[in-house]
Design a protein around this ligand. Structure first.
Ligand code: DGI
Ligand code: FE
Ligand code: FE
Length: 193
């Protein structure tokens, strides 16, 4: 299966606004991949598929996760917003037969990030923040940073998410903290040089 087939499958799983978002993320992911030397083909596939199960019933998401043999932590169980990234990575494996670890992981960690993010993880994480349909306060700054440094943009995105979640007194996934600490540590090191 190729991009067009995946696009067709995705279009049937969600409303038109989210399908548009998915196409925009795929497009932005290709742009960032070319700019930062990631695999543009994988970026396009991970981009169109990243929110594959965002509009899927919770019960079906849980079935997909179980079928892929993924065990949720207690915190993940109690954070429904995180489920679609996990069930999405399960869906592309068990239902689409994708076995490319880089694509699977980029989808799995697109919401939280993680420590040791691959180049493709970063491209998808940022494309989701800077896609054409995004219009949150600060999106212009995010786009500027993303054009300067992918790592700076990942740090900016993680800081943004953590601040927003803390403000709303929501749980913050350990992967989010681990990713943030790693990127903030890199920045601190480069500053002290
Ligand atoms: O699926 P999208 O809307 O395109 O974007 P996304 O996958 O980044 O999801 C964003 C949502 O996920 C937003 O409501 C904040 C939430 N989120 C992100 N990181 C965390 C989180 N929620 C919890 N509980 N913990 C996190 O670490
Ligand atoms: Fe998402
Ligand atoms: Fe998204």
């Amino acid at each position: 299966m190729g991009y067009k087939e995946y696009e067709e499958i995705i279009s049937r799983r969600m409303k038109s606004a989210r399908f548009k978002h998915s196409k925009n993320v795929a497009k932005e992911a290709v742009r960032l991949a070319k700019k930062y030397g990631a695999d543009a083909k994988k970026a396009e596939l991970a981009g169109i598929l990243h929110d594959a199960t965002k509009e899927t019933e919770e019960e079906e998401q849980m079935e997909l996760i179980a079928k892929a043999g993924i065990e949720l932590s207690e915190l993940e169980k109690s954070s429904p917003k995180l489920w679609h990234a996990i069930s999405g990575s399960a869906f592309v494996q068990t239902e689409l037969g994708i076995n490319d670890r880089e694509i699977i992981d980029a989808i799995r960690y697109h919401t939280t990030g993680r420590a040791g993010m691959t180049l493709l993880d970063k491209v998808i994480f940022i494309a989701d923040f800077t896609s054409a349909d995004r219009d949150y306060d600060g999106v212009e700054k995010m786009r500027k940073v993303a054009d300067k440094s992918l790592d700076e943009a990942v740090l900016e995105g993680m800081a943004f998410t953590i601040a927003d979640l803390a403000e709303r007194k929501l749980t913050i996934a350990p992967d989010t903290f681990a990713g943030y600490n790693e990127m903030a540590g890199l920045k601190a090191k480069s500053k002290s040089k």
